[in-house]
Design a protein. Structure first.
Length: 551
């Protein structure tokens, strides 16, 4: 069983479900829709079972990549089908697998048109999400990362609200533009180092001047995906117009791809550029936390309020990651996991009452605690988790992030902490207006409480929010070795950069790598690569980072 290609099975099993839905036809449209829903649900539950197996078999003490699968894909180019997970990617795979069956159940009665196509879109999306977090080849990663846009674009554009086409195109164009720049960066890395293996690229950072340009290129892609201020404007529109399940998967998983990209590419591959641009990231994150919290406070649409709160919470993620400290990075990752659970459940909460009253206007509700006590209890726990109450998962991530930021920049930590103060008013204000107060709307007063199917959706999410808030050790034990390895790679990259600069300044002949000059180089342009020269032994034909001695 340990030799089971579990990552490939998890990645492509949803596509098997797609083939089954396409090939099996019912006697009428109703039967066909029921078959599609059952197939999608059972396929996603099998994927969850594989995810549980992955978590059980994962070696807590191993900081490297596990369950590795590597097969030649384009032999002439040296590009491989290369898959693996470590302690960082493990939980994003688990989160992706867990949320999809919840989304399918949430859509069971809400989606009434083109049900087959809707289920196909979600299964394809699941396959691409899991593939993104498992890919260890940069071009394979790009294929999965970019292809995720297609099913989400369709989900928003076909099953969304009145302005669904505008929101879908805005989502697609924002993310596509950034991804094109990332492709240029990946191609440059491939030309420079002659490989597309992510572990190899992480261990061999290029020269500082090139790092700066490549860092900016990948930052454009991952910042949009997070989304960071000021490229966040696509997110509220996408959330408002997307169906409930689309909002759940968008907030729960897709936003995390940006943070995951920073961890896989920005820190280890471009350490000197990351150190250079860290202050910029800090202040952009602080602006996002404060500004979007204030914007959330005045929203009258529940979905838009939660969408702006997501931007604020992602600000803590970028803060933690670019501190390059153990507490900061672990806090940022934990915050992404926690936000995936809490925000996904909050969008489900909105969907529950929207299905009953068909409006998201906060003022149309009020006093529903009287006729929906179960819903009020669930919503309260999720609201407190979003605020970061101790005992919930939201507290752990934010606390660790602020500890990491405080070690690096006290002023930034002080401003970031204001987000905790601003987060409480808009969530508490939302809860008071929806759940308490007088019942001014007779339709709201007649709404029924949570059904068994809806309770089935909330129980695992609420349980995990509380469990991880009280016992975060399960996540931390698996995160810590991989985070330590990431920080080691980051610090090693900084040290290599310093050695290159010292070698260039001293002109010490003993540190010069004996590699033939690249075409077009003058005799004065000597390549100094003391730190990485040993790894190029016998590979003289590989292109090298260039440091101009005259500079």
């Amino acid at each position: 069983m340990f030799d089971l290609p579990v990552l490939s099975l998890m990645t492509f099993l949803p596509l098997v479900g797609v083939l089954f839905i396409v090939s099996v036809r019912g006697s009428n449209e109703e039967v066909s829709a029921r078959n599609a829903k059952n197939t999608a649900l059972f396929t996603s539950l099998f994927t969850v079972a594989l995810a549980v197996y992955l978590a059980v078999q994962f070696d807590v003490s191993d900081a490297g990549f596990q369950f590795v699968e590597k097969y030649s894909w384009f032999p002439s180019l040296g590009i491989s089908y290369y898959m693996g997970v470590d302690g960082i990617s493990l939980f994003f795979v688990l989160l992706s697998a867990m949320l999809v069956p919840i989304c399918i159940l949430a859509s069971w009665h809400a989606i009434k048109k083109r049900v087959k196509e809707y289920m196909i879109a979600f299964l394809v999306l699941e396959s691409l999400m899991i593939g993104t977090f498992c890919a260890l080849d940069s071009f394979l990663f790009y294929v999965f990362f970019e292809a995720v846009l297609i099913p989400m674009f369709i989900i928003i554009g076909v099953w969304g609200g009145p302005r669904r086409v505008y929101s879908a195109y805005k989502f697609f164009l924002y993310t596509l533009l950034g991804s094109v720049l990332m492709l240029v960066a990946l191609l440059t890395l491939y030309v420079q180092l002659g490989t597309s293996d992510i572990p190899t690229l992480m261990e061999n950072p290029v020269a500082r001047d090139l790092q700066i340009w490549l860092w900016l290129a990948v930052f454009a892609s991952f910042a949009v995906k997070m989304p960071m201020w000021p490229v966040h404007t696509w997110l509220p529109d996408a959330h408002v117009e997307a169906p409930t399940a689309g909002s759940v998967i968008l907030a729960g998983v897709l936003l995390k791809m940006g943070g995951y990209g920073f961890l896989r590419f920005s820190l280890p591959m471009f350490p000197e550029a990351s150190e250079l641009f860290a202050p910029m990231v800090f202040w952009l994150s602080v602006i996002a936390i404060i500004y979007t919290s204030l914007v959330a406070l005045v929203q009258e649409d529940m979905k838009k309020l939660i969408a702006y709160s997501s931007v604020a919470h992602m600000g803590y993620v970028t803060l933690g990651i670019f501190t390059a400290t153990t507490q900061g990075i672990e806090g940022g990752i934990f915050q992404m996991i926690s936000h995936g659970l809490i925000s996904g459940a909050l969008f489900l909460s909105v969907g529950v009452i929207y299905d009953r009253l068909h409006t998201r206007e906060i003022n149309r509700y009020g006093g529903i605690v009287k006729n929906m006590p179960k819903y009020a209890t669930v919503f309260m726990i999720l609201m407190l988790g979003s605020v970061g109450l101790p005992g919930t998962s939201g507290f752990v991530g934010e606390f660790l992030t602020l500890v990491g930021v405080y070690q690096v920049n006290t002023l930034v930590a002080v401003f970031a902490a204001t987000g905790l103060i601003l987060g409480a008013p808009y969530m508490l204000y939302l809860y008071r207006r929806v759940v308490f107060g007088k019942q001014m709307n007779d339709d709201a007063a007649k709404m029924s409480d949570l059904t068994k199917r809806e309770m089935t959706l909330f129980v695992p999410l609420v349980a995990l929010v509380l469990y991880l808030g009280i016992f975060p050790g399960y996540v931390m034990d698996r995160l810590h070795p991989s985070v330590d390895r990431l920080i080691t790679l980051y610090e090693s990259g900084l040290q290599k950069g310093e050695e290159r600069r010292l070698a260039a300044l001293s002109g010490d002949a003993s540190t010069v790598a004996q590699i033939k000059p690249a075409a077009g180089m003058s005799e004065q342009e000597v390549t100094f690569v003391p730190a990485i020269a040993p790894s190029y032994a016998g590979k003289e034909d590989l292109p090298m980072p260039i440091i101009n001695y005259n500079e």
